[in-house]
Ligand binder design. Structure first.
Ligand SMILES: Nc1ncnc2c1ncn2[C@@H]1O[C@H](COP(=O)(O)OP(=O)(O)O)[C@@H](O)[C@H]1O
Ligand SMILES: [Mg+2]
Length: 306
């Protein structure tokens, strides 16, 4: 296995008496989208800023592309891309001016500018003032600026916060595009759906501590094995047949539908098999699977809080 692009080992960061990040360790692999996920105040931004070299952890070690983010900050800056926050751009800077300004900050001079604006759907906005852009356009500009030095690793902090679902989807597509070009993405989000749709792996952080880390679907399988099938049938014997399905936890009839809850990956197959073997006529069938949201509820419900 190749050396991870980002290696964080046992970092801690306090602000006065507050422990913002407590013994956090994680690895980000080459070419993946890695998400640090958790509620507001969990320590996501602090962790990311330590990895970027903007903050120095009180203890622990960090390596990014084999470099120390604090000691080797100038070397690293050429190779990473960091997303700006809203307040960091002047209202009346034009889109193309921002792009030129950013390009001038780097030694490396890639063929960017218009090509990048084109890719991010901003070309028709190149003469517009920053303040006239929509939320989604602003975030796309921040992505463009983070990509301007053709970085190997891109850091995105709560990239889609405040965007409507459509703009959010467009941004997700762009982030997948960054991965498709072989780059590594380290992002934070408090949106579980975003993490589930976008990330190859996630670390769940709460109160400054990582409580689990894995592929989203693996976290769901491990922590929330329950599966639910909702179906409609007029077959009077159906309920009796369903009662014999292995790993069935409950059968809840409502007016026209039957809700079957069970556990394990085989459950849905077993339901289908039961329907088929007993020739039960079904007019509606859908499955309800647990999500990262459920994982988070389950994990934090069991965690020891202050
Ligand atoms: N500059 C700072 N000074 C003091 N406390 C801070 C500072 N930045 C963040 N915090 C606190 O540290 C904790 C973690 O914050 P942060 O890393 O921003 O979390 P997140 O990004 O997950 O919302 C929070 O309790 C926050 O209030
Ligand atoms: Mg934050």
């Amino acid at each position: 296995m190749s050396v991870p692009v980002i290696q964080v080992s046992g970092i801690r960061k306090t602000y006065g008496k507050l422990v913002a990040v407590d013994d956090v360790s994680l690895d980000v692999r080459d070419g993946e989208i890695f998400g640090l996920i958790g509620p507001n105040g969990a320590g996501k931004t602090t962790t990311m800023e330590c990895v970027e070299g903007i903050r120095k952890p009180d203890r622990g070690t960090i390596k990014v592309l084999g470099l120390d983010p604090v000691r080797d900050v100038y070397q690293l800056q050429e190779r990473i891309g960091v997303q700006l926050q809203q307040a960091q751009l002047q209202k009346r800077i034009k889109v193309w001016e921002a792009v030129h300004l950013w390009a001038s900050l780097y030694r490396k001079k890639p063929a960017v500018g218009n090509q990048l604006l084109e890719q991010l759907g901003l070309i028709e906005k190149r003469d517009a003032w920053f303040m006239t852009l929509s939320g989604g356009q602003k975030q796309r500009l921040f992505i463009a600026l983070a990509l301007i030095n053709d970085p190997e690793v891109v850091f995105l902090d709560e990239l889609t916060t405040g965007l409507d679902p459509q703009a959010r989807r467009a941004i997700w597509e762009l982030v997948r595009g960054i991965r498709a070009r072989g780059k590594t993405v380290f992002l934070t989000t408090h949106l579980m759906e975003e993490a589930e749709r976008l990330c190859d792996r996630v670390a769940i952080i709460e109160h400054g501590r990582i409580i689990d880390m894995d592929r989203p679907e693996r976290l769901v399988t491990r922590h929330c094995p329950e599966r639910t099938v909702v179906l409609a049938t007029t077959d009077e014997n159906a309920r009796e047949h369903f009662g014999r399905i292995p790993h069935l936890v409950s059968v809840t009839p409502d007016e026209e539908r039957i809700v079957l809850a069970g556990s394990g990956d085989e459950f849905i197959t077993d339901v289908i098999q039961c329907i088929s073997e007993n020739r039960i006529r079904v007019t509606e069938f859908r499955t309800v699977l647990p999500t990262l949201e459920d994982v988070f509820l389950r994990l934090t419900g069991h965690s020891i809080r202050d």
